[in-house]
Design a protein around this ligand. Structure first.
Ligand code: HEM
Length: 418
């Protein structure tokens, strides 16, 4: 009998359902290994989208390198409108569409250049002291609780505070933004009712962002939103929708991802006591540990969709122009063909060419910031609470249902005996 791979006709599968199952969230290794066994290319069709899903490391990397693949649907040259754009995109998805993630050159470069300087390793290093201070305050507050929730008490407020301060979001507004984002990211379901619910929240989010931009127009500050408003007012470098999309992207990507790195990372260490012990004994290994936690826990499981501009072939499968591609970064990072013993957490892994921050022109702009936050928060937590342990059995740990992001709803930890 021919396997799916040999037949080179992609197996059809509801990939989202496979990945969002709670068991798959808890143990993604087995779930992604199954997907890779089913084929390097899978066919995922839903009522609103039709795409080919790339499961293996080498193929994901070659797509990310391939100039025949676009981020902007309009550059496919076939009119550029899939069903989503036709029905929904114009109003609700403008926020995403206007952002640099969904652009190709020259727009991508123009938008990225406007903010790149604020996120270079040297600039971000300057924030180190502030990140330490916020972490210490959050841990002080946590120390008074017999059980504390790693997500609500540290992993979320740390990156949210840092990115809000960089952008100039006033304190009372921050949790409001977070609530709206939470509702948009974890909708009631991927059915029509879920989309309607999502639509209302997207509208609220849109209004929130416009109010923030208006505030910084009237009361300029020493922050990124003010700098972007000035770029917009100063000429043709940035349109108003692009400005709103940029603020959205930075605020969203600036915390929804790092919360998962800190949350998933601490959970993985607690579930691998020998690796936790090694890190406690050899704290200088933290940088390698963060890279391995990125690879192993995959805070961001997929990148934004890619669109094929010219016919091409991936792993023997012919991919026609106009196809939408979904790249499973998480599967690539757990691919045995690319990483020896890929299902094992090994904080000494070297080399570690994970693709958790993407690759190529759209490589994560905030990678230096995420690394600094995790490098400060995780060791500070371990130092402060030598007796840190899970406060609930593993089967009661709750994951968020979101295909692109792998993250915990909460993580109750016991700090007693500290
Ligand atoms: C892009 C992951 C933290 C801002 C990306 C991409 C990935 C990623 C995979 C590529 C998207 C694509 O190719 O479609 C992560 C992970 C993070 C993290 C795993 C934390 C652990 C951050 C932070 C920021 C940020 C803290 C701060 C603002 C961005 C931006 C882009 C991006 C602006 C778009 C870059 C472009 O299109 O040129 N990120 N990210 N990210 N990330 Fe991050």
């Amino acid at each position: 009998m021919r396997t799916a791979f040999e037949s080179s006709k992609p197996v059809r599968l509801d990939v989202r359902r496979e990945i969002e199952r709670p068991e798959a969230k808890a143990d993604p290794y087995a779930a992604y290994a199954r997907l890779r066994r089913l084929g390097p290319v899978l066919h995922w069709r839903t009522w609103f989208q039709d795409s080919l899903v790339i499961t293996r490391y080498d193929d994901v990397m070659s797509v990310l390198r391939d100039p025949r693949v676009a981020n902007d649907r309009r550059n496919v040259g076939d009119g550029g409108k899939g069903p989503l754009e036709r029905w929904w995109m114009p109003s609700i998805m403008k926020l995403f569409l206007g952002s640099m993630v969904m652009k190709d050159p020259p727009d991508h470069r123009r938008l990225r250049n406007l903010v790149q300087k604020a996120f270079t390793p040297a600039m971000v290093e300057r924030l180190n002291g502030r990140v330490e201070q916020i972490t210490a305050e959050l841990l002080d507050a946590a120390a008074n609780k017999p059980v504390f929730d790693l997500i609500a008490d540290l992993a979320l407020p740390l990156p949210l505070t840092v990115i809000s301060e960089m952008l100039g979001v006033p304190e009372p507004e921050r949790m409001r933004f977070r609530e709206l984002i939470g509702k948009v990211l974890d909708p009631e379901g991927m059915n029509l009712a879920g989309f309607v619910f999502n639509y209302r929240n997207m509208m609220r989010l849109n209004r929130f962002l416009r109010r923030l931009v208006q505030l910084r127009r009237e009361q300029p500050g020493d922050d990124l939103v003010t700098a972007l408003v000035q770029a917009e007012e100063g000429g043709d470098r940035l349109g108003e929708d692009e400005l709103i999309s940029m603020v959205f992207l930075l605020l969203f990507a600036g915390h929804e991802t790092t919360v998962n790195l800190i949350g998933n990372g601490v959970l993985a260490l607690l579930q691998h006591p020998e690796q936790l012990r090694l890190l406690r004994e050899r704290p200088e290994r933290i940088d390698g540990a963060i890279e391995e936690l990125l690879r192993f826990t995959n805070p961001v499981g997929t990148v934004s969709p890619r669109f094929v501009r010219e016919d091409l072939e991936i792993a023997g499968v012919r991919i026609p122009r106009g196809t939408t591609l979904t790249l499973l970064l998480a599967s690539a990072n757990l691919d045995e063909a690319a990483f020896a013993d890929a299902g094992r957490l090994d904080i000494t892994r070297e080399p570690n060419r994970h693709v958790a921050f993407g690759f190529g022109a759209h490589y994560c702009l905030g990678a230096p910031l995420a690394r600094v936050e995790a490098r400060v928060a995780i060791p500070a937590l371990l130092r402060r609470f030598p007796g840190l342990r899970l406060a609930v059995p593993a089967d009661q740990i709750r994951w968020r249902a979101n295909m692109g992001l792998r993250g915990l709803q909460s993580l109750p930890l016991s700090v007693a005996g500290a």
